[in-house]
Design a protein around this ligand. Structure first.
Ligand code: URA
Length: 207
């Protein structure tokens, strides 16, 4: 059984990729093409966590490279954010669920040590939670995305304490709700990402 490196260890992303790539902790391992770990910058101050890879991600081995990823990149660029410089992108679950169904609780739990290791090593002060699955998987909050989106939540506990977490609509939800009119989900997400970019600038300026 593959193990996540010990918490507190120095980042060794190559070893992480090897161990995570050999993971068989849940049944999703039997259907995957590849384990989808991350893209972006390992030292980014803003981490974005999505749900799970889709077909394109499973084929290419990187998160958010399909249609929802293209929309996400466009919205990030509009907010002045460059994933290769400003962001570390990953998912709550690293293997593609069959038929793109939502990951189950047991799959989220099985994958959590990998995500925790990514959070510990990237050590981002800011974390965006893309969609209800990431919100539930990371914070255990099972509903209320519409009310919570755009609000910075203070993380608690040894791993999340001292970090701010921002629930955001998932880009695939925005693909299903494409209106950019004021007050609609896409417009709200533009506002939320602009707010995240501003917070990131303030953080960087204070360093
Ligand atoms: N949706 C996700 O949540 N993550 C991806 O990587 C792609 C689509």
């Amino acid at each position: 059984m593959a193990d996540a490196p010990a918490p507190g260890s120095a980042p060794d992303w190559a070893a992480f990729a090897m161990a995570c790539g050999a993971c068989t902790r849940c049944g999703l391992s039997s259907g995957r093409e590849q384990v989808v770990i991350s893209r972006g910058h390992h030292e980014a101050r803003l981490m974005l966590i999505g749900e799970a890879p889709g077909a394109t991600e499973d084929a290419q081995g990187e998160p958010f490279v399909g249609r929802s990823g293209q929309l996400l990149d466009q919205l990030l660029a509009e907010a002045g954010l460059d994933p290769s410089r400003d962001i570390y992108l990953c998912n709550a679950v690293k293997c593609r669920p069959p038929d793109n169904r939502r990951p189950r609780g047991g799959e989220l739990a099985a994958c959590r040590p990998w995500l925790d290791q990514q959070i510990a090593w990237v050590d981002p002060p800011l974390i965006g939670l893309l969609g209800a699955t990431a919100l539930a998987g990371v914070l255990g909050v099972k509903s209320g995305m519409t009310q919570l989106r755009g609000q910075w939540l203070a993380g608690e506990g040894p791993l999340l304490g001292g970090r701010l977490l921002l629930p955001l609509f998932h880009p695939s939800y925005l693909l299903r709700n494409p209106s950019g009119a004021e007050g609609k989900p896409k417009w709200l997400t533009r506002e939320d990402l602009r707010g995240a970019a501003e917070r990131l600038r303030q953080l960087t300026a204070s360093l």
